[in-house]
Design a protein around this ligand. Structure first.
Ligand code: ZN
Length: 574
């Protein structure tokens, strides 16, 4: 392709609306343009990248035995009502009505439709297992679309669904998909980490997310420095911790702490460590007040509290409710006396505290010398894992490791669905005894357009994108320094034709622009290998090669240039 003919309008300025590198660079380098909030047109270069990622996804899915199909974007309301998700999805779902007043949605996902399809076509155990996937646009009415392709309203996904006779069958296909995902992201040049997306409490790992590690990621991940353990911070397990050295327990004592609300204020005032403080957080669980106890240096993990209590909504109580429930303003709540009024849930690290300090449920007062075994157990305290993991925590899996915290972008997820959808939509088969059984399902998603953005978040510098070779829109860019120089032009065109012969994807900058403009654009576009040809290089009978990533120049005799480039591409894995 010749640059003079390519629609790749580059921008010198960073567009104001773009906050993160992938969004800025995709706009600046002319890969895409915004249509409306969260809606983009892929210009030719952007579409090429997207198609390359799709091709890798297809190859690996097919290799793993999955079959591709294509379902409509528009889906009838009725099947969503059968699973109860028409209402559950709420405002995130785009809904529309046709001229006959029938209601539809723009698919945010396709579990309902695929399950219905399989329910209608599969009758016998002989037709199972099945593993089906599609690469299709998805729609979510994000409240605030942002970060370009990271959180858009229309996006490209690969969504796959497996149907098995047994849990063992599901286990097997789950492992296959997990392996396929590792290959897909590695081939796309992404550094990813599979993390447990479920607490793992029930029957092992029901779900894994594949996180591309990046500063700009929206998710926080903890991982062990010594073993394979990794999890979303919300789902990370926390160990109880050693019981603190047990001095002889002193009796509970009420002390005045005037105006001391925060952990640090109280700890400093009383001359104790923050770890000795025990916070009593008042929440409304489905509008009923509950108390959650965590150590002063820990934070409540609301996800775990919701799981434990079964609450669908969990919000911190407002100051007025706190006064009503505890008799004291915010900062002075405590378990003693409170257990009679509301349910109390205690994080297990609290039980190991010695010489604890808690609020006294009266203004400006705390209780000191709290011994959880003595003072909380009689209140019916049951310890659970209820706090958020943090950097430096001991690993829940191995004894020696400590947890580190990183940010990541979710680019894929594999999920064991079980029989939830097959039961709701009647996806049953007749087993060998002629008995009707629900199919056991799994689902497997990859954010294809998001993978494109994640690849940039991991591969860029101050000058532009640095595409991994496997998904770069072109592999090689030839930059003649002066297009008007006849010898440079002839040599460039010769090499361009020579490289196209074996199928090298090559871009020729045939524009009559200043060298500075061309070099800036070449760096911005991020093509993996740049070939510079000009009077200076030709005077030495050579062309100059510069891999975008390493940035190291090298002169190669012009007769050997094509062979050198093909060899370089081969070694780089093209
Ligand atoms: Zn570990």
């Amino acid at each position: 392709m010749k640059m003079s003919e390519l629609l790749a309008p580059t921008l010198r300025e960073v567009p104001a609306e773009a906050e993160i590198p992938s969004h800025q660079l995709l706009l600046r380098a002319g890969y895409m343009r915004k249509v409306a909030g969260g809606l983009y047109t892929y210009l030719p270069l952007g579409l090429k990248v997207l198609q390359k990622i799709e091709a890798i996804v297809r190859e690996e899915m097919n290799r793993a035995g999955a079959q591709e199909l294509l379902m409509p974007i528009m889906q009838p309301k009725e099947i969503w009502e059968q699973t109860g998700r028409w209402d559950l999805y709420g405002e995130e779902m785009f809904r529309l009505v046709d001229r006959h007043s029938r209601e539809f949605c723009l698919g945010p996902t396709h579990e309902e439709l695929i399950t219905q399809t399989v329910a209608q076509e599969v009758r016998s155990y002989r037709q199972l297992p099945l593993n089906l996937y599609q690469i299709q646009n998805k729609y979510r009415d994000e409240i605030r679309p942002r970060f370009g392709l990271m959180r858009s309203r229309e996006f490209v996904m690969k969504d796959g669904y497996s149907f098995d006779r047994t849990e063992e069958g599901l286990e097997e296909v789950y492992r296959l998909m997990y392996k396929a995902y590792e290959r897909i992201f590695a081939r796309c040049g992404l550094k990813t980490r599979p993390v447990e997306a479920d607490s793992g409490a029930i029957g092992g790992n029901a779900s894994h997310e594949f996180m591309a590690l990046a500063q700009t990621g929206e998710a926080e991940i903890v991982f062990c420095e010594a073993c394979d353990y990794a999890a979303n911070v919300e789902q990370a397990e926390c160990v109880a911790g050693e019981k603190e050295a047990n001095e002889k327990s002193q009796p509970l004592q009420k002390v005045q702490t005037p105006g001391k609300h925060t952990v640090d204020e109280v700890a400093t005032f009383l001359g104790v460590r923050p770890q000795q403080l025990i916070k009593t957080m008042i929440y409304l669980a489905d509008d009923k007040p509950i108390g959650v106890l965590v150590r002063g240096d820990h934070e409540v993990n609301e996800f775990k509290v919701a799981n434990l209590t079964g609450a669908t909504t969990l919000t911190l109580a407002d100051p007025k409710t706190i006064v009503e429930v505890t008799g004291a303003p915010v900062g002075f709540a405590g378990p003693v006396g409170l257990a009679k009024k509301i349910p109390l849930y205690v994080d297990h690290a609290v039980m190991a505290v010695a010489g604890g300090v808690v609020g006294a449920n009266s203004p400006d007062a705390h209780l000191i010398n709290l011994d959880p075994q003595r003072d909380l157990v009689p209140l019916g305290a049951q310890a659970h894992d209820l706090r958020l993991a943090k950097a430096g925590d001991p690993c829940p899996r191995c004894s020696e490791g400590k947890l580190s915290l990183v940010r990541g972008i979710e680019v894929g997820q594999v999920f064991k669905l079980g029989t939830k959808y097959s039961e709701a939509l009647g996806a049953v088969y007749l087993d060998e005894e002629g008995k009707s059984q629900p199919m056991v399902m799994g689902c497997y998603g990859i954010g294809v357009s998001r993978t494109m953005a994640a690849a940039i978040e991991q591969n860029f510098d101050e000058y532009g994108i640095i595409w991994p070779l496997s998904i770069a829109p072109y592999q090689v860019m030839i930059v003649p320094v002066n297009w008007r120089d006849e010898e440079s032009r002839a040599e460039s065109q010769r090499l361009y034709a020579q490289l196209q012969e074996p199928g090298v994807e090559v871009l020729l900058d045939d524009r009559d622009e200043r060298p500075g403009v061309k070099f800036k654009d070449a760096d911005l576009l991020g093509i993996p290998l740049r070939i510079t040809i000009g009077p200076k290089t030709l005077a030495q009978g050579a062309v100059e090669v510069k891999p975008r990533k390493e940035g190291v120049f090298e002169l190669i005799p012009k007769e050997r240039a094509a062979a050198w480039i093909e060899n370089w591409l081969g070694e780089a894995g093209a």
